[in-house]
Design a protein around this ligand. Structure first.
Ligand SMILES: NC(=O)c1ccc[n+]([C@@H]2O[C@H](COP(=O)([O-])OP(=O)(O)OC[C@H]3O[C@@H](n4cnc5c(N)ncnc54)[C@H](OP(=O)(O)O)[C@@H]3O)[C@@H](O)[C@H]2O)c1
Length: 261
């Protein structure tokens, strides 16, 4: 029997890499989602910010494949900008996708998992869940909130064969595709420092990991008998996390600020 894997947001970026990579394993039947029709088999319409869309998507998947073994919550957005420069709509839209949409996806699929009495949730989180970067407040807040949610859910699922895990990469290597990071144009308060951050994030200066490394980590979780809650990806992510917990905050903050000077 094939393993049924659902991945959200496979039109580009990490989602596309995960979809292609996991599809190569003949034990997997991989189903992806996109917000626009692309005519590809196994890719269905889904907007995770819309409850009806989630219900329709899951109806289609369940009526065709009759179960789901793994849910990979990959869909996400990132908008760089200062707190003062962001509109309410820009804040709400980002939280609607990265935080609320991801939670509603988990909640809906948990019903399926409870009926099957088995299933794995894998959320693509970020180092930003633990280490907030300047001009990235809403993204980091969404990922941090999701981390708190998953930690709580971990305990709720502890007595069941259903698991929840988070993969926490540092910045992914930039490619020529549409970058995930969008920039707020209507910045009233752009200071010299925020323009520098923009520039740093646009260039390859930041530490980064390859999407394939993240895909390998996800595959390990899929195959694991008892997955952990958290999986930082890459030695740099581990080092930054260790420094955050060991150093006094002011010293750690100075190290972060230095990256953007
Ligand atoms: N890029 C990084 O440096 C980085 C670092 C750490 C973690 N991550 C995490 O990795 C994941 C993927 O990032 P990425 O860089 O590959 O992003 P990306 O290239 O921008 O792709 C994002 C995907 O999410 C989908 N999506 C966006 N809003 C959606 C919605 N409301 N409903 C359903 N699908 C939606 C998009 O699909 P459409 O075709 O419908 O637009 C697209 O396929 C995200 O969760 C992100 O937070 C990224």
């Amino acid at each position: 029997m094939k393993r049924i894997i659902v991945i959200t947001g496979v039109s580009r970026g990490l989602g596309k890499v995960l979809f292609d990579y996991l599809s190569k394993d003949s034990n997997n039947e991989v189903i992806g989602s996109s917000r626009t029709k692309n005519g590809k088999p196994n890719i269905y319409l889904l907007d995770i910010t819309n409850q009806e869309s989630i219900a329709e998507f899951l109806d289609k998947v369940i009526s065709k494949y009759h179960r789901i073994d793994v849910l990979i919550n990959n869909a996400g957005t990132n908008m760089i900008g200062s707190v003062e420069g962001m509109s309410k709509a820009e804040i709400d839209d980002q939280m609607a996708c990265n935080f609320f949409g991801t939670i509603h996806m988990m909640k809906a699929v948990l019903q399926v998992f409870r009926q099957q009495n088995v299933g794995k949730i894998i959320n693509i989180s970020s180092l930003g869940a633990n280490v907030s970067l300047p001009y990235n407040s809403i993204y980091c807040a969404g990922k941090a909130g999701l981390q708190a949610f998953c930690e709580s859910l971990y305990y709720e699922l502890a007595d069941s064969p259903i698991t929840v895990s988070m993969v926490e990469p540092i910045g992914l290597k930039l490619t020529d595709e549409v970058p995930m990071i969008a920039y707020i144009d209507n910045e009233k308060s752009f200071s010299k420092s925020s323009l520098k951050v923009r520039h740093k994030m646009m260039t390859h200066v930041r530490p980064s990991v390859s999407r394939m490394k993240v895909a390998n980590k996800v595959e390990r979780i899929i195959k694991s008998r008892s997955p952990k809650l958290r999986y930082p990806v890459g030695i740099v992510a581990w080092s930054i996390l260790t420094l955050k917990y060991l150093l006094p905050f002011k010293l750690f903050a100075r190290l972060i600020q230095k990256q953007f000077k």
